[in-house]
Design a protein around this ligand. Structure first.
Ligand code: ADP
Length: 476
């Protein structure tokens, strides 16, 4: 009899009816198994409360743990977002090493493990999300949890050399090896993770492609995440949302939608749009860039710096190119309702995704899903976004090459209808193949086939045959 599903994620929905692709997919998976979802409480800590607070219960239970202000600063803003985030996004220059960050990160994971351990049965499956909880399985194992534990990393897997930036670099592989399954966004991420294990003397490769690390065995696989494709397309078709959109955005509209993060390549995107404006013919139709980018993590210095930089570039370009009745760059600093966003995507003739590093990039998938297949817009997509691995018919660009991006904007606006349709159809197929419901069920069914190390035959009696025999290199 299979047990329940236990999900751990930093964010947890507090409302009665969860919305948003990932949240809905996890919600559906939990409903099927009557499970438990645990995450950080969105409000600052309740006084002295270090237990779990139930925040919702229907066919499964949602519980939150509280972070003190100090924990929020050191664990969330500190180790998670000033060490792991820049490290995984190729910005080791922004990594801030502080002992208290690492200590608090480990302490929070230890506490969450203590809160969870008694609630996890041997036949349950535990699904841990993202870089906030890398050491969680190791802590749960220390407390005797033998259930299958899977991990999914929503951000890029760091290159081998960058791991040396961590205060204790050897811990990273040890943390991951306490899971039974490590899920990553792309084949490139999987290759980097396996490279880390391959270069570690504590690891050896098994005949079935799993990694034996000391006394544990872990599988590493890619599970590209997507969106709720049909639901998003439906949202974009809603006529009332179309009517609400401003009519004065110029004849040609290119859209960008991002959290204001240094990994998204926004300054170069603005510069590329400026170069496109410089190069266009005087009688060409007016073109506008609509950039929606609400600031995040503003207590981290690097996020304040990117905001200042971007405002300065937008101001300079608008000063140079605006006319009395037209502003070429519209830069909106707040979140936009999803239905309005879907309508804006459909209205835009092109979408710019110019990440310097990105685990997947769901905006790229949303833009494609929102298009009218008969008259679709063109996706301009960074080669460094995970989405580029499968969306090869987008206009792929190097986000460091401003001239190439400027040319891509012009190419998108001038692209013949037949080519737009063909490229869109190919991209849409890739979006459908990675629909978020497919992603969740693939991950969970793969986790269910993992043989937990604690229950391997050699643990119970003598060594088992296949799983303990190392091979020279992993099979293809
Ligand atoms: P990341 O997870 O790094 O923020 P993704 O592109 O993978 O980047 O996902 C971003 C999600 O947040 C998308 O679903 C996108 O629609 C949403 N989003 C980003 N910016 C805004 C905004 N200004 N208003 C509404 N939704 C937004």
């Amino acid at each position: 009899m299979p047990g329940k599903l236990v999900v751990v994620s930093n964010r947890i929905p507090t409302g009665a009816a969860p919305s948003g692709g990932l949240v809905v997919a996890v919600h559906d998976a939990l409903r099927g198994s009557g499970g438990l979802w645990v995450g950080a409480h969105p409000d600052p800590a309740g006084p002295g409360d270090d237990g779990l607070t139930e925040i919702a219960r229907d066919s499964y239970t949602r519980c939150a743990f509280h972070l003190t202000e100090e924990e929020y600063d050191n664990y969330y803003l500190g180790f998670a977002n000033s060490v792991l985030w820049p490290l995984c996004h190729g910005r080791t220059d922004l990594v801030e090493i502080e002992r208290r960050y690492e200590e608090t990160y480990l302490a929070v994971n230890r506490r969450v493990a203590r809160l969870l351990a008694d609630r996890i049965g041997d036949d349950d499956q535990v699904w841990v999300h993202d870089y906030h909880f890398l050491p969680l399985a190791q802590e749960l194992r220390r407390l005797g949890v033998v259930a299958r534990i899977g991990f999914f990393l929503h951000i890029p897997f760091p290159p081998l050399g960058a791991l040396s930036t961590l205060p204790t670099p050897d811990d990273f592989a040890a943390w991951l090896s306490a899971f039974d399954l490590v899920g990553l966004q792309t084949r490139g991420d999987t290759a980097r993770c396996l490279e880390m294990f391959r270069s570690d003397p504590r690891a050896e490769f098994m005949r079935d492609g799993t990694v034996k690390f000391r006394d544990r065995v872990v599988a590493v696989r890619s599970f590209p995440i997507g969106i709720e494709t049909d639901a998003f397309a439906e949202l974009a078709r809603a006529p009332e949302e179309q009517a609400a959109l401003g009519a004065d955005m110029g004849e040609k509209l290119v859209i960008g939608v991002d959290r204001l993060d240094y990994s998204k390549g926004l300054p170069n995107r603005f510069r590329a749009f400026g170069a496109f404006l410089d190069d266009r013919a005087p009688d060409a139709p007016r073109a506008s860039l609509l950039q929606i980018a609400p600031p995040t993590r503003e207590r981290v210095a690097a996020y304040r710096a990117i905001r200042t930089e971007l405002e300065e570039i937008a101001g300079r370009l608008n000063g140079a190119h605006s006319e009395l009745d037209w502003t070429p760059i519209r830069y909106i600093h707040h979140a936009v309702d999803r239905a309005v966003l879907a309508g804006l995507y459909r209205r835009a003739g092109a979408c710019l995704v110019t990440s310097l590093a990105d685990g997947m990039n769901l905006v790229a998938k949303e833009y494609v899903a929102a298009q009218d297949p008969e008259d679709p817009g063109v996706l301009i997509l960074s080669r460094f976004a995970g989405a580029a691995e499968d969306m090869t018919e987008a206009l792929l660009v190097n986000p460091y090459d401003i001239g190439e991006m400027a040319t891509a904007i012009a190419t998108a606006f001038d692209m013949p209808l037949e080519e737009r349709r063909a490229r869109h159809a190919a991209c849409l197929e890739a979006v459908r193949e990675t629909d978020v419901s497919v992603w969740a069920s693939n991950f969970l069914s793969c986790l269910s086939t993992c043989v937990p190390t604690m229950r391997m035959p050699e643990r119970r009696a003598s060594a088992g045959p296949e799983m303990t025999r190392p091979v020279e290199k992993e099979p293809s």
